[in-house]
Design a protein around this ligand. Sequence first.
Ligand SMILES: *Cc1c(COP(=O)(O)O)cnc(C)c1O
Length: 371
Amino acid sequence: MHLETLAIHSGHAVDEATAAVTPPIYLSTTFARESDGSYRAGFLYSRYTNPNRASLERCLAELEGGVAAACFASGSAATMTLLQVVGPGHVILPDDAYFGSIKLARDVFGPWGLDLSLVDMTDPENVARAMRKDTKLVWVETPSNPLLRVVDIAAVAAIARRGGALCAVDNTWGTPVLQRPLELGADVSMHSTTKYLGGHSDVLSGALIVRDADLHQRINTVQMVGGAVPSPFECWLAMRGIRTLPLRVRAQTASAGELATFLADHPCVERVHYPGLASHAGHAVAAKQMRGFGGMLSVQAGKDREQSLAVASRLKLFTQATSLGGTESLIEHRASVEGPGTRAPENLLRVSVGLEHIDDLKEDFDQALRA
Ligand SMILES: *Cc1c(COP(=O)(O)O)cnc(C)c1O
């Protein structure tokens, strides 16, 4: 079935007890046994699983073309779980990975025996050179944050497989609408469902989707025993968001493409980073592995940090806030958020394009840039 249909129907069924079309939120943490000691619907205790999480996990597995999914209390909890599953050893991350993922691997898991290499993955040969006998995991993030650099997922996944390592892709920005890493050879697709999947800036959660049942078992063990799980309400909100995911992402992608072209041609703009622009270094690889270039872009405007921040504060429709993937447009000065050691240029603003009319967004940028 097509993604639009899966987004509506996967994990959804009319409630058997009440005939409710929209599923109830099952707050119960515990489930009654039958007289023979069995569990009627297979639910026992909510940390292990519950009806709302089971629905979301089924839906995400089908959207990404995996065998199973495991959901977590945040994207970071999903990443943490995968690092716990692979165990001590060597892990390769992109040098421009989400800064929270690098911090987790280096500062939290470093003392625990994780040896980290940060690599520029825009050339897959750099990954091949970094592989070691004890490499357990190659982590890919594409398009990257905040420079929208693009990594060839199929090429890196093949290198990881040859070296006996797992390949995981942070697909938060790709979303299954634009990019399906498991089909490109990756073992794991990770999401911060806080972003496009939830889609309304009102739910914090994460997921790991896999195509191997044994790997899912190992993830599921840490998920159940460690317990970094989302609440039933969060799962319900994520499911509600997913129903409109394909429509939202396509509309945001169309607007981001138009805004990127507008900004690239604007006299007050130094540079635009968007993989849909033919001038972007990752354009060809993105065109090969993505169906559309996404709703995120970065723009360099102003001589320095102050001028760039002034542009951001003159915008009326773009709220200055972190996070992305919601219905409202957001803008963020990444160097301020990431602090010392950031790779973000001082005049760079990251934009999450929302669902406002594109003409209003262009007009708003025009006045903010010219003022
Ligand atoms: C937000 C984000 C994360 C972290 O997810 P949380 O839900 O905030 O823990 C990881 N990777 C990417 C690409 C993100 O945008």
